[in-house]
Design a protein. Structure first.
Length: 204
């Protein structure tokens, strides 16, 4: 192996080794994540909604979660109400402009507008230090929603605010990768719950 490829190979091995550690930590949180999935299924079938938000790569994962709830994952079934707060560009830019002195309000104001008692707010952050997510969590709690967070290493400010949190060790990259796995597991638990439910919201 040439000298020019060896450092890259070491970087790749280091990343995968760290990812293994992050995923091992996620495996230890399966009971909590499964409990979340059951509650999401229950609340959605009651007609409540899921709100979700994140910054950067975590925003993309928030979109993924909302898309899976509204879409047909993996079998056909009625869509459920899910709002990715990062998707409304007009609201984000308007709030950011109006509150230019405190851009951290961009999610909190949307949560205040949309969240109702028994809704669920899921916040994703690779470090758990984003003030806009902490303020969104506080707004969700005031609205009577269940507020959860998927974060990086704990303790951190966001995990300290929410009702329940899964805090994972690792780099920002490996934490985000594990968060996407967690989103898919939430979806799988939801679908399994729906497949065994007698609720009228069930497809068929």
């Amino acid at each position: 192996m040439s000298a020019t490829t060896t450092p890259l190979s070491n970087v790749a091995r280091g990343h995968l080794s760290t990812l293994d550690d992050t995923l091992d930590a996620l495996r230890q949180q399966m009971a909590r994540l499964t409990r979340w999935g059951h509650l999401v299924a229950e609340r959605l079938q009651e007609g409540n909604r899921v709100l979700t938000a994140g910054n950067g790569g975590s925003a993309a994962e928030a979109h993924q979660l909302a898309a899976e709830l509204m879409g047909r994952y993996p079998q056909g079934r009625p869509p459920f109400s899910a709002i990715a707060l990062t998707a409304d560009v007009s609201s984000l830019t308007a709030i950011g402009d109006e509150y230019h002195h405190d851009y951290a309000e961009v999610f909190a104001r949307q949560v205040t507008a949309h969240a109702r008692p028994r809704d669920i707010l899921v916040l994703l952050s690779a470090n758990g230090r984003s003030r806009n997510l902490a303020l969104a969590a506080e707004a969700g709690i005031r609205a009577g929603a269940n507020v959860w967070a998927l974060t990086g290493p704990g303790p951190n400010p966001l995990a300290n605010v929410v009702e329940d949190a899964i805090c994972l060790p690792g780099t920002a990259a490996t934490v985000q990768e594990a968060h996407l796995v967690a989103v898919h597991i939430l979806g799988a638990v939801l679908e399994n719950e729906l497949s065994t439910s007698d609720s009228p919201r069930k497809a068929g």
